[in-house]
Write a protein of this length. Sequence first.
Length: 261
Amino acid sequence: MGVKAMIQDNTRCIGCRACMVACKEWNDLPADDTTFFSGAGYQNPKDLDDKNYTLITYSENVEHGEWVFGRQLCMHCTEPACVSACPTGALSKNELGSVDFTEWRCIGCRYCMQACPFLIPKFDYDSLFPKIHKCTFCADRVAADLTPACAQVCPTHAISFGERDEMLAEAKRRIASAPGSYVPEIYGADEVGGTNVFHLSAVPFADVGYETGLPKTPLPDLTDQTLRFVPRIFVTLVAFFSLVTWVVRRRMKRLGIEDDH
């Protein structure tokens, strides 16, 4: 099997939240009490958290007098910043395209939360031994040649899943065949080097609450350009302060000798 990918076509989404329920069921996540929050209509809960790995977002399109839907979940970057930031290897890149999470390796440092450009990993603040939580792309189902739980249950086929090349071609085909129904952009195709989740929308992605203005270069490449100089800087500083210490001690020793005389 090759690298897998997903299309989230927001023009087909009806906000039923079946994907959210299926995600909870497959990942054995508990039900939680939530309420509608001011400013986002019927969105519930407000954000991703340790009990919700995916979330249907509601945004009011004032111009057209209707609600538009979006979806938050791990984007499963082709070169994930979270993996490069994780000091314990709790996050790793799967050959099938997902960013996997090994819970027992997580030390709760939250470096991945700082590194993720899409603000996806969330922290279990109520746990005695807190860890991060995020969508796993249903890696266990995919390994068994099944589709992710969210894609399996979507009643309007807003979620499609398959080979990455085929999904990218399909996303382009939909835009080309109905240009008036989509903004001419595939969110996730180029962001931070590309991801394995592609989003389509009828309105600008910024209007649906997506993180926009992200660089096209993979974030690990950007940090590597800086971090590769750290060892040289460290060695230089150690050498400099060692020299200063030697000079100071030598001077103090000489002054001590002069005081004796």
